[in-house]
Design a protein around this ligand. Structure first.
Ligand SMILES: [Zn+2]
Length: 223
């Protein structure tokens, strides 16, 4: 297959299923903003005349309470998750991507799935994903894990989450894998040029073409 015939590299993005009404979240957020605004006006009025706006402190405390509730509701909603050839990505403040070879365990904890692994860069992740909120993403993730990292796959988790839903999520373009500057998974030596690297088609470990064995650590054939 030539480069022109290579299909575009994509991943699927799954929004969390809302367990909190978006209307309720906006209502609390807007009420908190209004209370904060009223409290701020009261604060400045009291700087001029201490006898006016006597409930300013209470209004500001109420605003802080509403903002705290809004923050809790936003956290309960969960973060979008992406699944594709590059691994699993969690849309936190920044995108945290764990390649398939970095996935260490996927375990069942009550009504949630715990994902542990190491991103290419940064600290290890330890994510608890509620099945009710992330069913579609978890189902897609487990289907990929069964093929790409069967040592991590467990039947009890897959049966609890259920089968992937065709057409779920939105498709996003992924950049091609760049190997320049990455370290060879076999020798740990940096790879100087793109042409010197080979990428495992299953788990996306990268190897130096010079040093690479015929097979990746995951068992896939390197070409
Ligand atoms: Zn591999």
């Amino acid at each position: 297959m030539t480069a022109a015939e290579t299909p575009p590299r994509t991943e699927t993005r799954f929004e969390p299923q809302a367990t909190v009404s978006p209307g309720l979240f906006l209502l609390v957020l807007n009420a908190g903003a209004l209370a904060a605004g009223a409290g701020a006006v009261g604060f400045f009025l009291r700087m001029r005349d201490a006898n006016v706006a006597p409930y300013t402190t209470e209004v500001l405390a109420f605003a802080a309470l509403l903002m705290g509730v809004a923050t809790f509701l936003a956290a309960a909603r969960g973060t979008p998750i992406r699944v594709g050839p590059a691994g699993i990505a969690f849309e936190k403040d920044e995108l945290v991507r764990v390649p398939w070879y970095g996935v260490e365990s996927i375990t069942l904890e009550g009504d949630a799935i715990r994902v542990r692994g190491k991103p290419v860069y940064g600290a290890p992740i330890n994510e608890l994903c509620r099945i009710q909120v992330h069913q579609a993403a978890l189902a897609a993730m487990l289907a990929e894990v069964a093929v790409r990292m069967p040592s991590v796959s467990t039947p009890d988790v897959a049966s609890r989450v259920g089968a992937p839903v065709a057409g779920a999520g939105s498709v996003l373009a992924l950049e091609a894998v760049h190997v320049t500057g990455r370290r060879c998974a076999a020798t740990n030596k940096p790879i100087a040029f793109e042409a010197d690297g080979v990428v495992c088609p299953r788990c996306e470990r990268v190897y130096s073409r010079v040093a690479s064995a015929p097979r990746c650590a995951c068992g896939a054939t390197l070409s």
